[in-house]
Design a protein around this ligand. Structure first.
Ligand SMILES: Cc1cc2nc3c(=O)[nH]c(=O)nc-3n(C[C@H](O)[C@H](O)[C@H](O)COP(=O)(O)OP(=O)(O)OC[C@H]3O[C@@H](n4cnc5c(N)ncnc54)[C@H](O)[C@@H]3O)c2cc1C
Length: 419
């Protein structure tokens, strides 16, 4: 079986590794850019994704790359704590959650693909232009510096991100991603470690928010590398058309957060210490009702771009990759495998896209703001008993990472691959 993967992001690389683990050898990844230079901001791998990477034999290496957060804590814009929960192994998962530099994660996946599948598996400088769906095979047509390159495949996986060419071909009227009016500024800073040095924090509400988590442990001087995302609703710019990853000046962002000096974190100081700040509109797309066309299917952000509330986009792409490889290895035909993959993954990711529009687990911050806009003396005056715990648990169930469900679910490694 000849398999072509379009896009060497986290989704495409995880697919190549999953297919290799399922016994496939004729796998190639075609990437648009000439040189792979992943972006250097942080990402949280949730336990369901760490399980898959562990079963791909990368668990120890991933753990060494980053920090396993002990706790996730939500605060209001005055720095008062709304909710806090243990994370990863502290929460009873058999696998940790890991906060890493995206760049390091992507380099590790790329290296593993080259080691396991061969140095020439990832072909750069190939931009997918179109796919022809035949009766027996599909043909991918790429634009390259040397002209058009046509590649015949038994399966084509469109892991080509939120601006996917395969998706555009089948949904030509879809247009730009949908912007919800929030602008995100992302950066990393070397700053004094806060709380226990391993806590992911989110402060604010749906108008303005600050998220931070360490991607390195504190050094001897008590300083740690912290990844942050500052967010603010902007009514003016047209976010869907805005430049992505545009480097911007820190001063106006520091000004927006000037009053956010909490006794546990000095937000303006973190923003001021950033090496670089990248601007990004918070966008997603409406869920679609078909991912599969002929022998081609969508995966990762190409299939289900979602708001980053809940830290789930890349983790879901990794689950897609493992599920697709399992079905290809176990179904009778490619068509049945693609249908089973889509049947497993589309309903779950559709509900996540929609849940993230309603703020996902961060809804606790929105509710706290609505009910107590000027802060509170006691959080028990703001939420009914059990309400906060239920919001957190409901999101985990929907995303497939409730500890009970994740710990007991069978592996996605195909049975034959264990021989
Ligand atoms: C602020 C922010 C924070 C986030 N935090 C988290 C988090 O903590 N945890 C988490 O799990 N997720 C997070 N995400 C989401 C995560 O970044 C994405 O879901 C994930 O990177 C998607 O991976 P992908 O491989 O599907 O797509 P991409 O990473 O977009 O990769 C697509 C690849 O395809 C290539 N490509 C595009 N078009 C073509 C073409 N026509 N031909 C060939 N190649 C092409 C691109 O160059 C790229 O290399 C966050 C996102 C944002 C914006």
């Amino acid at each position: 079986v000849r398999i072509v993967i379009v896009g060497a992001g986290i989704g495409g690389l995880a697919t190549a590794l999953s297919l290799h683990a399922a016994g496939y050898r004729d796998v190639r990844v075609f990437e648009r850019v000439a040189e792979l230079r992943p972006l250097g901001v942080g990402i949280n791998l949730l336990p369901h994704a760490v399980r898959e990477l562990t079963e791909l034999g990368l668990g120890e290496q991933i753990a060494e790359l980053g920090v396993a957060p002990s706790t996730l804590a939500y605060f209001n814009r005055y720095g008062q704590q709304i909710w806090s929960e243990p994370r990863g192994r502290h929460a009873g998962y058999l696998w940790p959650q890991i906060s890493v530099y995206r760049e390091r994660l992507q380099s590790l996946l790329l290296e593993a693909v080259r080691d396991r599948l061969g140095a020439d598996t990832v072909v750069t400088g190939h931009r997918l232009a179109a796919v022809e769906h035949g009766s027996d095979v599909d043909v991918a047509s790429f634009a390259t510096d040397g002209g058009e390159a046509r590649v015949v495949a038994d399966v084509i996986v469109g892991a080509d991100g939120i601006h996917s060419a395969l998706r555009l071909q089948h949904y030509p009227g879809e247009g730009q991603p949908r912007w919800n009016g929030l602008t995100l500024w992302r950066g990393t800073a070397h700053v004094p470690a806060y709380l226990d040095g391993r806590t992911m924090v989110m402060a604010g509400d749906d108008e303005q928010k600050f998220v931070a988590y360490p991607v390195g442990l504190p050094d001897v001087a008590g300083q740690a590398r912290v990844n942050f995302i500052a967010e603010r609703r902007q009514d003016t710019a047209d976010g869907a058309n805005a430049d992505w990853n545009l480097a911007v000046d820190a001063a106006p962002i520091i000004e927006l957060f000037r009053d956010w000096r909490f006794d546990w974190l000095d937000v303006p100081a973190v923003i001021a210490a950033a090496d670089e700040i990248l601007e990004y509109p918070m966008v997603d797309r409406d869920p679609i009702d078909t991912w599969t066309f002929g022998r081609s299917t969508l995966l990762g952000d190409a299939a289900h771009p979602m708001y980053p509330n809940g830290s789930n986009g890349a983790s879901q792409a990794i689950l897609d990759a493992r599920t697709l490889a399992l079905h290809l290895a176990t179904a009778a035909t490619v068509e049945q495998a693609l249908a089973a993959y889509e049947g497993d993954r589309r309903p779950i990711t559709t509900s996540l896209v929609l849940s993230n529009r309603r703020q996902g687990p961060e809804r606790v911050m929105v509710l706290a703001h609505e009910r107590a806009p000027h802060g509170f003396a006691d959080i028990d005056d703001v939420f009914a008993p059990g309400e906060l715990a239920e919001i957190a648990a409901a999101y985990k169930r929907a995303a497939g990472f409730h500890p009970d469900a994740l710990n007991s679910r069978p592996s996605l490694t195909p049975p034959s691959a264990n021989d």
